[in-house]
Design a protein around this ligand. Structure first.
Ligand code: LUZ
Ligand code: MOS
Length: 745
């Protein structure tokens, strides 16, 4: 962590807005739509153009290439041309000498619209046939004939809300003109190659004219997977028109208003059990609120379906999902990528079924956990499951039986304060579901003084991927990590990269770095053979060993000898995850290299007068394989958990007629340290994983879904106060909503 923490804590770390501003740099302000749907009749920019300091104002007309930022489906204009589809949609851009001048001019622009009817509800959109893409269905077994055999059947609606990323660093870019039309972009993106590609399309040039460089991000959480592109393209357009450097960093309110969030979903579910509590059948219809353009909605929808049965084996399944086009901001990737929305629904169905059947929720969950050889609806079989083991261990660690007993006693004694608990098992598939994206590259350079520079396709966004990659390289080369420096992620050094996303940053890029280091190791040991003769040669802690005997040859001497012998000390490597495939027609295949498992127990206390709540403890048993770095993984587990709890409880996007009211941190409440419970995390021991680098497992997204447990712990506590009232499965359960549940007739 030496590289990561000191510069952060001293404020030395450079983010886009900290880069020393180049001479003649222009500032940018974006003029956005303030109606959710309408034709643009007239745009008045005279006053703005005459305003002080303004150098250029551009609209769709001024785009030399394509006015298009959609990656998977090309349905999203960078600047609205004839009509607007959501509040916050960029229409025109002002470039001016100072930020204030840019903002002032922007505020002088006026616009006339012919308003069109707007749709905000995904079910209404689906009814009108307004889909982003055809619906998708996964199925297993024979769902139609099985309902008759079920002892208990529950049906209902489950809704989950959107979620704003609140990365600490807002979206932005600094663009610098180069020779021959080249543009260098310092972009706050998880996805340098897509920024490079989309910007080259917008400018109308080849990709080799655009260089994207990313040192680090102040957080991303998926929000910068496909939505960093817009700001880079806008800055590049500024460079194109003025040949001056251009910067745009959104302020917080703009960022919340204009950029996408987690997709809200509304879902119909039906679940059937036999007498013993075995799930026989599950069906669901997911209505995803995609917003006004596709963005990543289709693969997110896919992941919702892949995770619709969470960590359970269900023999008969039919799940269908609709990506519904509405007049809201295009929703986008957010940690879990549709998985949490899927997993929330099956947990709602199980909670409902537990109530109706009288079988306790823990029995119901436990009875249906995945076993080796069980099949997912997408055809893949479970190879090695840690579902039952993590479930059993977390019940032990939390002294679950005790806890339950004490809670019952507590709830009997206390009228206005109630305790509740939940268990949340998780199963998350690791790999980009688009198989081709599971590739990575690396470039490892050893200088002749023995120091090492590493470039990889991974973007450091605070998740510690550089620390992990550095330790992979240090272990593979058997040198001190302090000799290694991580370079910025740069499209000139490692090309055609996939976004750092899908929890796969260290998996894929770490593997490429390992391969590159092994190649260098091999070349160096050949040099050692020249010097020391034949035998079993190895490098250990910067010393060459011959037949397990220490020699005098050090790393530094070996590297210098290699250089003098004209041996290549630079190694480029490439990794593609083997063994994965998917048939989109049949909806069957092996989309994931492996799964991550774990279970959380959540304990909450609610104040029934106020509707407020305190999460006391969360116990987690998590399967991290052989963790690459326990401290980093612990940070990801705790951060993911609390972020997931925020999604389920506090964080609420409130819209009125398509306008987001909760557009500032004063009105959009995210969890803080006082909200966080005591977190007791245990890593599964002897957990192994043959499919990822050094037997590790991906960490980024899976722990987010432990947070779903918060919702069900609250339900449990609330129902201890009010047994008579039917629970409505709608997240987030904010204190206001909880209070209404507790006291409304
Ligand atoms: N991004 C993506 C993701 O493009 N494909 C995925 O499957 C994915 N999964 C999780 C998070 N981001
Ligand atoms: Mo993501 S949700 O960019 O892994």
């Amino acid at each position: 962590m030496t590289d990561l923490i000191p510069p952060h804590t001293t404020g030395e770390s450079v983010f886009v807005d900290d880069i020393p501003e180049p001479k003649d740099m222009l500032h940018t302000a974006v003029f956005i739509s303030n109606i959710p749907h309408g034709k643009i009749i007239k745009l008045n920019m005279q006053k703005a153009k005459a305003s002080e300091g303004v150098v250029k104002i551009i609209t769709a007309e001024d785009i030399p290439g394509e006015n298009e930022v959609g990656r998977i489906i090309q349905d999203e204009e960078l600047l609205a041309k004839d009509k607007v589809d959501f509040i916050g949609q960029p229409i025109a851009v002002v470039f001016a000498e100072t930020k204030n001048q840019a903002n002032t001019a922007r505020d002088l622009i006026t616009i006339e619209y012919e308003p069109l009817p707007a749709v905000f509800d995904p079910r209404e959109a689906a009814k009108k046939g307004m889909l982003i893409a055809p619906s998708r269905t996964l199925s297993l077994g024979d769902i139609d004939s099985i309902w008759d055999k079920c002892e208990t059947i529950v049906e209902g609606v489950a809704e989950s809300g959107g979620q704003e990323h609140i990365y600490m660093e807002t979206q932005g870019c600094l663009a610098i003109p180069g020779e021959e039309g080249r543009i260098l972009l310092y972009s706050s993106t998880q996805n340098p190659s897509t920024v490079q590609n989309i910007v080259s399309n917008v400018i109308g040039c080849d990709m080799n004219k655009i260089e994207v460089d990313v040192k680090r991000l102040g957080g991303a959480f998926g929000g910068k997977e496909d939505q960093a592109t817009h700001w880079a393209a806008i800055c590049a357009l500024g460079v194109y028109h003025t040949r001056r450097p251009v910067k745009l960093v959104l302020d917080r309110r703009e960022d919340i208003t204009i950029t996408g969030k987690r997709h809200p979903y509304s879902t119909d579910y039906k679940l059937g059990l036999n007498k013993e509590g075995k799930i026989l059948a599950f069906s669901a219809k997911f209505y995803q609120n995609a917003g006004a353009a596709a963005d990543l909605s289709t693969p997110i929808l896919g992941r919702t379906l892949f995770h619709a049965t969470n960590a359970y084996y269900i023999p008969n399944v039919r799940v269908t999902a609709y990506s519904c086009k509405t007049n809201l901001v295009p929703f986008t990737a957010f940690r879990g990528f549709g998985g949490p929305q899927g997993m929330f629904v099956i947990e709602c169905a199980l909670a409902h079924a537990s109530e109706k059947s009288g079988i306790s929720i823990e029995k119901l969950q436990e009875r249906n956990l995945l076993d080796e050889g069980d099949q997912f609806p997408y055809g893949m079989k479970v190879e090695k499951t840690q579902a039952k083991r993590s479930f059993a261990e977390v019940l032990q660690d939390s002294k679950f039986d005790d806890l339950k007993e004490k809670q019952e006693e507590f709830n009997k004694k206390n009228k206005l304060v109630k305790k509740g608990f939940s268990i949340m098992p998780i199963c998350f598939g690791i790999s980009f579901t688009a198989t081709f994206m599971n590739q990575a590259g690396a470039l490892v350079n050893v200088y002749y003084d023995g120091s090492v520079n590493i470039s990889s396709g991974a973007v450091e966004m605070g998740q510690g991927v550089n620390t992990k990659i550095k330790s992979i390289a240090a272990r593979t080369l058997s040198i001190n990590p302090d000799r290694i420096r991580m370079e910025s992620t740069n499209t000139g050094k490692v090309i055609n990269t996939s976004p750092t996303a899908a929890s796969s940053g260290a998996d894929l890029n770490g593997k490429a770095v390992e391969i590159a280091c092994k190649a260098i190791n091999e070349r160096l040991l050949n040099v050692a053979k020249e010097k020391l003769g034949e035998g079993n040669l190895a490098l250990k802690d910067e010393i060459v060993y011959l037949n397990d005997e220490k020699t005098n040859l050090t790393w530094e001497e070996l590297v210098m000898s290699a250089y003098l012998s004209r041996v290549n000390l630079s190694s480029q490597a490439y990794f593609a995850m083997p063994g994965i495939h998917y048939d989109a027609e049949k909806e069957k295949g092996k989309p994931f290299a492996y799964h991550v498992f774990g279970t959380a127990v959540t304990e909450v206390t609610i104040d029934c007068l106020r509707g407020t709540y305190t999460f006391d403890n969360v116990y987690i048993v998590h399967d991290a394989g052989k963790s690459l770095n326990y401290l980093i993984d612990l940070g990801q587990i705790e951060g993911g958990l609390v972020q997931g709890m925020g999604w389920m409880t506090l964080e609420e996007l409130q819209y009125v007629d398509g306008k987001l009211l909760t557009d500032a941190l004063a009105t959009y409440k995210v969890p803080d340290i006082y909200f966080a419970p005591k977190i007791h995390t245990k890593f599964l021991e002897d957990a192994d994983n043959p499919y990822a680098v050094l037997k590790s497992k991906a960490i980024g997204e899976p722990p987010f879904m432990y947070g779903i447990g918060a919702y069900f712990a609250l339900k449990d506590a609330a129902q201890a106060f009010r047994k008579d009232k039917e629970w409505v499965y709608s997240a987030p359960i904010t204190p206001e909503k909880l209070l209404l549940y507790l006291h409304e007739e």
